[in-house]
Design a protein around this ligand. Structure first.
Ligand code: CMC
Length: 438
């Protein structure tokens, strides 16, 4: 008997089964052979929220949640944040290796020359209410963009796929910035191909009357670091959405819109916006202990704290704290930082947080930096989605090229009624089900 197996005894039948263990996992489908009777469909695993189920094999991001380690393609996140640029990291995520000088030049060129969006997208933008949330506009216009690129449906054509990758990474900053400009009622600022990816984004966001926008190099670099930190994070909710939607062979524009919608939720990429709102609500350091008390009483969660995988300090949060100091030297310190630091200090000493291994995550400090850089709070989820686009696309390509993948289709444990006869209206009785009114 091989050591790399698991022996299971089904106490219902007394039968024994041996299933292989590969990469420290068993295949759920191997349990299907375990049946209590002839007509039994076979044993399933039940795992709401995928607490202990690997949905794919991946070579993109590695996380050791207990040690607080994050690596992209084997490179530690702190080394990338220190030495790389966002576009270089996007290349790494997608193609598995750091680019050579000429590869990076071509890659940057191709991204730069796809930044413009069809003028009709502006009309879609114009259709939104003046105070529409930019993330809603971002998600909708991503879906709308698919209508301009019907060729994107050819998802098994590697060359065509490559083109959509250029388009998407190039156009997401334009969509995000245009959503913001619509929101504040300013004319759209077009992409400037002389500028870097980050600088061009700042240009489209903040350009007013100057002939040529020039970003502050410290802020440009800070944005690049923040983009690197947000680029990928293995099988999180939005990456799983990207893979799940993409598994139906949906084009990448619509799959990405779905991933961005998942990211928008306050428990995921929407948390950065909620952190800022929370810090404003707390208002001063003195109110921190009272706020923590309410969190512990279960009134609400401490936003920017906790993580499904990290049971230690999120390594991204550590790097962001350093970036904050550099940004504040340029912009001046945001008083909300003091509240955040106090909140972190008290929470990390408190038994409630210690016991549950709740530490600051990437969203805890990022919002304070974005605010110092003049980004409005409701742009924060968009600022997460722009760099995560490269990660979503890397996950999507990996899924498409994985021969073991098929359309995602979980099973269920059905606990509802079985076959019963239709009840005519006059015979129905008021029943006490959710939503029923007498
Ligand atoms: N504040 C207070 N209590 C918390 C928090 C929090 N932020 N997070 C978890 N807990 C408690 C939770 O109540 C539970 O306690 P108990 O065992 O007594 O019921 C315990 O910790 C475990 O929580 P969980 O909900 O089972 O953990 P999860 O892995 O399902 O949730 C999470 C992970 C990130 C959704 C959650 O920690 C959370 O809601 N955090 C706040 C939102 C946030 O900051 N999200 C950004 C995540 S990082 C960016 C990204 O990648 O999206």
């Amino acid at each position: 008997m091989s050591n790399n197996t698991l022996t299971i005894t089904d106490n219902r039948t007394g039968k024994q089964y041996e299933v292989p263990i590969e990469n420290n996992a068993i295949k759920a489908i191997d349990l299907r052979q375990i049946k209590a009777s002839e007509d039994d469909v076979g044993l399933m695993t039940y795992d709401p929220a995928f607490m202990n189920t690997a949905s794919c094999k991946s070579r993109i991001s590695f996380i050791d949640g207990d040690k607080g380690i994050l690596e992209y393609r084997g490179y530690p996140i702190d080394q990338l944040a220190e030495q790389s640029s966002y576009l270089e990291v996007a290349y790494l995520l997608l193609y598995g290796e750091l680019p050579t000088e000429s590869q990076l030049k071509d890659w940057t060129y191709n991204i730069t020359y796809h930044t413009f969006i069809n003028e009709s997208i502006k009309k879609v933008m114009d259709g939104f209410h003046y105070d529409a949330h930019p993330m809603g506009m971002f998600i909708s216009t991503l879906g709308a963009l698919s209508t301009f690129y019907p060729d994107a449906k050819k998802i098994h054509d590697a060359e065509c796929r490559q083109k959509q990758i250029y388009r998407l990474i190039a156009k997401v900053p334009t969509l995000g910035a245009f959503a913001y400009r619509h929101r504040i009622g300013m004319q759209y600022a077009y992409p400037d191909n002389d500028l870097s990816y980050e600088s061009n984004f700042l240009n489209m966001m903040f350009k007013t009357t100057e002939l040529k926008y020039e970003a502050n190099p410290v802020l440009e670099r800070a944005l690049s670091v923040l983009f690197i930190l947000h680029a990928d994070h293995e099988q999180n909710c939005s990456a799983s959405a990207m893979r799940g939607i993409g598994s139906a062979e949906t084009d990448p524009f619509n799959a990405l819109a779905g991933a961005a919608a998942a990211l928008y939720g306050p428990l995921h990429g929407g948390a950065n916006e909620m952190v800022l709102r929370m810090l404003k609500e707390i208002g001063s350091k003195d109110n921190v202990p009272g706020y923590i008390k309410r969190v512990k009483a279960g009134e609400f969660r401490l936003m920017g704290f906790g993580h499904r995988v990290y049971k230690n300090y999120d390594p991204r949060a550590r790097i962001i704290k350093k970036v904050a100091d550099e940004v504040f030297e340029v912009t001046g310190k945001d008083p909300l930082l003091d509240i955040a630091v106090e909140l972190e200090r008290i929470a990390l000493e408190d038994e409630y947080f210690v016991k549950r291994k709740l530490y600051p995550n990437v969203d805890f400090y990022s919002g304070i930096i974005y605010q110092a850089m003049r980004f409005p709070v409701d742009m924060f989820p968009v600022l997460f989605a722009i760099p995560r686009t490269s990660g979503w696309l890397a996950q999507w390509v990996e899924m498409l090229e994985d021969k073991e993948q098929k359309i995602a289709r979980p099973r269920q444990i059905y606990l509802g009624h079985r076959t019963r006869d239709y009840v005519p209206m006059e015979k129905r009785k008021f029943s006490d089900v959710a939503g029923a009114k007498a």
